[in-house]
Design a protein around this ligand. Structure first.
Ligand SMILES: *Cc1c(COP(=O)(O)O)cnc(C)c1O
Length: 432
């Protein structure tokens, strides 16, 4: 595969951007090699600057649940752009997307649009603190919530522990407001609430953790988390930036039928444009300015183009059978690859929920905590990654990232992809 143009662009980009990129994982550091500069996308495919074609399982890290350049999203944008790009006023388009969500999602009574998942989380935590008038936040090791200062925190040593910062530039005093607990561990959770409950403003979790492998949680753990939060007047935040509108229109909250106090959204919600949102009951949202004392604002928030793209995408998601069809297609891919890996006795399985999958190099254990992932095994991923890329299968360039299937992926595309995965498994595990 010729990648001269990507190589030249990357060389130039390194002169302009730190690491040549505007978001770190794009730099290919964990798999090595040259990031592909993409130029065009259509349906499940995208083409790089050298004209190479890829079947895309990154889907822009999740937003593109309809695939690239979906006709309804494209025509909504074309119509919208004729009228202008931004007004800094309320628009009917924002209202339309807001209503589409609140009318079809039992967990959101009122919503506020922002411009990214990070911003949604940042605002949700501020709201939780403002509403509860408490300061501490619980987060879980292995969950990612964007680059919010007080959540760039990792577990320190000891059982119940305040975190250590996981990025330079985050003051230790911020980390001292955040408790970091292991996922899926009800004992650690109860202990943390027992010791600190009266100061805990909120617990934030990815109910379907999908940013550090796919760490599927026991429903009993999430229920325990709901109960502990309620008992201690702490708010439960479901960070549904990945899972929202992805595993179902009601996201993970609907999937588990657990009602969090605040939800955050991003990715799918914007139809490929930069949108985030946070939502809650009308009572909790009454704390947000201008109604209440929790300040939060945005020059380009609810940008009309982003709103029409989001509304176009989510309307398609609401069509009968949308999520069922997507889950079924994904399962065919996953089952096919898993049957092959089992037959060959490779230490591998694809873990999956709805249209999200993860390549897991551990066939026996159900991995539910970040600490269970063996970093050494990422060498297998690297081999598979480059083999797949060469064959025209595009995954996010890190073994800790999940893959996404869109409705644009046909059964034939997925059957073809399954064969490519099998070939790359043979290569990684030393056959062929
Ligand atoms: C992607 C993601 C974020 C951050 O969203 P950005 O739009 O990248 O700022 C936050 N939380 C979760 C769960 C995510 O998957």
């Amino acid at each position: 595969m010729q990648i001269n143009r990507s190589e030249a662009l990357f060389k130039a980009a390194k002169e302009i951007f730190p690491g040549g990129v505007n978001s770190p994982v794009r730099a290919f550091r964990s798999v090595g090699g040259t990031p592909r500069f993409m130029e065009k996308g259509e349906g499940p495919h995208m083409w790089d600057a050298d004209g190479n074609k890829y079947l895309d399982f990154c889907c822009s890290w999740g937003p593109l649940i309809l695939g690239h350049s979906h006709s309804k999203v494209q025509s909504a944008l074309e119509e919208g752009i004729k009228k202008g790009t931004t007004f800094g006023t309320p628009t009917a388009h924002g209202l339309e997307l807001g209503e589409l969500i609140t009318k079809n999602n039992r967990f959101v009574e009122k919503i506020r649009f922002v411009n990214s998942g990070t911003e949604a989380v940042m605002s949700a935590v501020r709201l939780a603190r403002g509403y509860s008038k408490k300061e501490l936040v619980i987060k879980f090791d292995g969950c990612y919530h964007g680059h919010v200062d007080h959540l760039m925190v990792k577990a320190g040593s000891g059982l119940v522990t305040f975190g250590e910062t996981s990025s330079a530039g985050v003051p230790q005093s911020f980390a001292s407001k955040t408790l970091v607990l292991p996922l899926n561990d009800s004992d650690a959770l109860r202990n943390a609430f027992k010791e600190h409950g009266e100061n805990i403003a909120c617990a934030i979790i990815e109910p379907i953790p999908a940013n550090n492998g796919l760490l599927l949680q026991d429903a009993s753990f999430l229920k325990e988390l709901r109960e502990q939060c309620s008992q201690h007047n702490s708010l439960l935040i479901f960070d549904e930036v990945i899972s929202g509108f992805r595993v179902g229109f009601e996201g993970a909250a609907g999937h588990f039928n657990i009602k969090p106090d605040i939800l955050t959204y991003g990715k799918v919600i914007g139809g490929g444009l930069p949108v985030g949102a946070y939502g809650a009951s009308a009572e909790i949202m009454a704390s947000v300015s201008p109604e209440g004392p929790v300040y939060q604002a945005g020059t380009l928030s609810a940008n009309p183009l982003a709103m029409v793209a989001g509304a176009a995408q989510l309307s398609v998601c609401l069509e009968e059978g949308f999520y069922e069809g997507l889950a079924e297609k994904t399962k065919e891919l996953v089952d096919s690859v898993n049957a092959y890996a089992a037959e060959k006795n490779y230490d591998f399985k694809m873990v999956n929920v709805a249209s999200i999958f993860w390549l897991c190099f551990n066939k026996d254990e159900a991995i539910k905590q970040a600490s269970q992932i063996d970093g050494e095994k990422m060498n297998y991923f690297k081999i598979m990654y480059h083999d797949l890329l060469e064959k025209g299968v595009y995954l996010g360039p890190s073994g800790y990232e999940v893959g996404f299937v869109s409705v644009a992926h046909s059964k034939e595309d997925l059957a073809w992809a399954a064969e490519q995965f099998k070939g790359s498994l043979d290569l990684a595990f030393g056959e062929n």
